[in-house]
Design a protein around this ligand. Structure first.
Ligand code: GLA
Length: 396
């Protein structure tokens, strides 16, 4: 069965855009193995848009660009497979891909057969240049059938940017993951908006068909194809990765792994974070509360207070994991430090229960004394705290 857990891998788009080649894919495959990504679970290496010629051949088949891929795609797939990785490619449900290359509308079966003949294990399927009269759901269903017809296990990564509420129907057309938003950009506002926009939809994500909040920008630091706006800090990237894990969604890395700073490699290979992302039960988040953050108002005008409220900027979540474990998160989306409030009673543990929550800080490894009544950590601006927790009886 494909996509029993959220798929993990790397995709070429965020950093490289059209600048892809056989040599790049070889180097990335080597890197994924030598630097421990494969062992950590990242198994799919995916080539995004811009891999083909601008025209199909005389038989109507897609043709890999011979300058970028001089030995064809089967050779690339063979190399990726020889490393123990799985190989992903890209096409689109419209008449041209987003970058204007030939695409699979009305060519679904022939293209799926081509991908299968090359040894493709994963197909990202985009939504640009889709005919106005076309039926979006029907076309994803058609490609899903075409992939099944190949007889090969090909993970169907449907990318329709959240159009027509895909969380309601992508599972029923056989997709294994579905992009639920427009493209991520390498900045704080972009990833926090994506996360918040999917909170109500995550309950429909789970085994066999996951909500895809887009490729990670962790560690890109403004380099590459999706840089826009202010470069993220380490804490902001840590928040992005931790939120994706907390949400239990696919983790497709987008940075250049060959030159990634060690702290980002460590972050994306953190076993506790990956354990949360990959939890066998695939449950969604329980929102404990949304709160306001009080920040200073340094130059109050007449009648104003020396402080102000930033509404709906602090969130607490708990996620039930397998083996009676929990992930507990305090997220501060505001540009001011905050004390984030959480009563144990709000998460179903009144003092009278006789149980406390033992907590281990996922980022520092620190074990905290069990909490019985409340726990209100101070969380810096644009940062979060994340704990792995267990229930323990209160003695005496
Ligand atoms: C769309 C997708 C991106 C990427 C590009 C490629 O914008 O949403 O993830 O695949 O197309 O052109």
């Amino acid at each position: 069965m494909l996509a029993q857990r959220p798929p993990l891998g790397w995709n070429s788009w965020n950093t490289f855009g059209e600048h892809i080649s056989e040599a790049l894919i070889h180097e990335m495959a080597d890197c994924m193995v030598e630097q421990g990504y494969l062992q950590a679970g990242y198994e799919y290496l995916v080539i995004d848009d811009c891999w083909s010629l601008r025209e199909r051949d005389e038989k109507g088949l897609l043709v890999p660009d011979p300058v970028k891929f001089p030995n064809g795609m089967k050779a690339v797939a063979d190399y990726v497979h020889s490393k123990g990785l799985k190989f992903g490619m890209y096409s689109c449900a419209g008449v041209l891909t987003c970058a204007g290359y030939p695409s699979s509308y009305d060519h679904e079966f022939v293209d799926a057969a081509t991908f299968a003949s090359w040894g493709v294990d994963f197909l990202k399927y985009d939504f640009c240049n889709f005919p106005e009269t076309g039926d979006c759901r029907a076309r994803y269903q058609t490609m899903s059938m075409a992939l099944k017809a190949t007889g090969r296990d090909i993970l169907f990564s449907a990318c329709n940017w959240g159009q027509k509420e895909p969380w309601k129907w992508m599972r029923s057309v056989g997709a294994h993951m579905y992009r639920s938003t427009g493209d991520i950009m390498d900045n704080y506002i972009s990833f926090t908006d994506i996360f918040k926009s999917q909170l109500d939809n995550l309950c429909m994500s789970g085994t066999a068909c996951f909500n895809d909040m887009d490729m990670l920008t962790v560690g890109m630091c403004g380099k590459g194809n999706v840089g826009l706006g202010k470069v993220c800090t380490y804490e902001e990237y840590r928040m992005q990765f931790a939120l994706w894990c907390l949400a239990g969604v696919p983790l497709m890395m987008g940075a250049d792994l060959r030159s990634l700073a060690p702290e980002y490699k460590e972050l994306m290979q953190n076993p506790d974070l990956l354990r949360i992302d990959q939890d066998a039960e695939c449950r969604s988040l329980y929102l404990i509360r949304k709160g306001s953050v009080t920040t200073s108002n340094p130059e109050p005008k007449e009648g104003e207070f020396p402080w102000k409220q930033l509404p709906d900027t602090s969130y607490t979540f708990i996620r039930h994991l397998s083996d009676r474990e929990f992930a507990l998160a305090y997220v501060n989306f505001s540009p001011a430090d905050a004390q984030i409030h959480c009563e144990m009673a709000d998460i179903g543990l009144p003092v009278s229960s006789g149980y406390a929550l033992s907590m281990r800080d996922v980022f520092t490894g620190e074990q905290l004394p069990p909490k019985t009544d409340f726990f209100n950590p101070r969380v810096p601006a644009h940062d979060m705290k994340l704990y792995l927790c267990r229930l323990v009886p209160v003695h005496g």
